[in-house]
Ligand binder design. Structure first.
Ligand code: ACO
Length: 333
């Protein structure tokens, strides 16, 4: 049995906002943002929504896989910024692309969301309950950001990425002897540290109770705590996933990491004693799009021919929750 990704897709808003544009909004500079984060520009929605971006990314992934929307069994959308609380974004996507047979629901693990969706879909496919799944990370974080807070507004962007996963009954062995499919995964959550990166929704309000405390409905973050968490937890969970699969860092061809900060990625590479050239990055061009960063990068690599059959990839990320995870897969498309 092999579970493999046979199509990828992505969608980005057209509007490019550079660090110089940011410096007109808040007291910051291109130099500060590049040096501390590696980001030069990001895409910002001028009307795109989480569901419209997700639907476009899904359509591209299906086209690459050569599958019709009506053949999709499961749609999982990872997002922390849906435009509607009800219905969920996955049902909106189902309707837009015409995947009438699919079961569709959302999950929220912030920036780890796409990984959690991948691992959840893997579990469903492995049991045989579904034969394929569209997994999506889609965000319009620009509406959750306080655009007067320089410590957060420079970090984030909007976009969506998707992957189509399929189950085949037969094992598939690549020329290099590696079996196609997902080889290992680790997921973790640390809710006790949740408030270091948080964004509130509506407070309790009904005829029997009114919350009196002011709710801050913008993202607020203790950047240094998140930084410490990421640089410790990401390499630890990658090592754990590799050990579980009897693999070492040297067995990995590419590390496709959550694109939050170049310094975090460099630190992870150092802690793993892995060559930084194995860590592709696109955060300079599109910033941190939370759950969308990993699938958008995966789609870029796939479309640019940077991933070939038999390559072993580690996907890993971290985010609000706090959550973290890693998946190891041998590319089969
Ligand atoms: N421009 C200029 N100065 C700034 C800016 C800015 N955009 N933002 C903060 N500063 C100032 C601060 O006010 C502070 O000034 P002070 O010394 O006078 O008080 C100074 O820069 C240093 O601030 P720090 O917060 O200590 O800067 P740091 O080096 O920690 O960098 C950063 C901040 C980039 C946020 C870093 O902590 C980081 O990357 N953390 C991880 C964040 C992250 O990855 N978040 C997302 C993960 S989860 C998810 O993806 C949703």
């Amino acid at each position: 049995m092999a579970i493999k990704i046979t199509g990828t897709g992505s969608a980005l808003p057209e509007k490019i906002v550079t660090n110089f544009d940011m410096a007109e909004l808040v007291e910051t500079s291109d130099e500060w943002i590049r040096e501390r984060t590696g980001i030069a520009e990001r895409r910002i929605s001028t009307g795109d929504t989480v569901s419209s971006l997700a639907a476009k990314a899904c359509a591209d992934a299906l086209a690459m896989a050569g599958k019709a929307a009506e053949d999709v069994d499961l749609i999982l959308v990872a997002t922390c910024s849906p435009e509607l609380l009800l219905p969920c974004c996955a049902c909106q996507v189902q309707s837009s692309i015409g995947a009438h047979q699919a079961v569709a629901f959302d999950l929220n693990a912030a920036c780890s969301g796409f990984l959690f969706a991948l691992n959840t879909a893997y579990a469903y496919l492995q049991t045989g309950l579904y034969r394929n799944a569209l997994i999506v990370g889609s965000e319009v974080l620009s509406k959750l950001i306080d655009w007067t807070d320089r410590s957060t507004c420079v970090l984030f962007g909007d976009g969506a990425g998707a992957a189509f996963m399929e189950l085949s009954e037969e094992d598939e062995i690549c020329e290099n002897g590696r079996p196609v499919g997902i080889e290992g995964m680790v997921m973790g959550s640390d809710g006790a540290k949740g408030m270091v990166l948080a964004c509130a929704e509506r407070a309790v309000s009904n005829p029997y109770y009114q919350e009196t405390e002011q709710v801050n409905s913008y993202v607020h973050m203790d950047g240094q705590e998140v930084y410490k968490f990421a640089t410790r937890q990401v390499p630890a969970c990658i090592k754990e996933a590799l050990e579980q699969s009897n693999l070492t860092v040297d067995d990995v061809d590419l590390f496709v990491l959550h694109q939050a900060n170049v310094r975090i990625i460099e630190s992870v590479a150092k802690r793993l004693k892995a060559d930084l050239s194995k860590f592709p990055m696109n955060l300079d061009r599109i910033g941190n799009m939370s759950s969308a960063t990993i699938p958008v990068l995966l789609d870029e690599l796939n479309r640019n021919g940077k991933i070939k059959k038999g390559d072993r990839l580690v996907l890993s990320g971290f985010g609000a929750g706090l959550t973290y995870g890693a998946s190891i897969l041998v590319w089969g498309a």
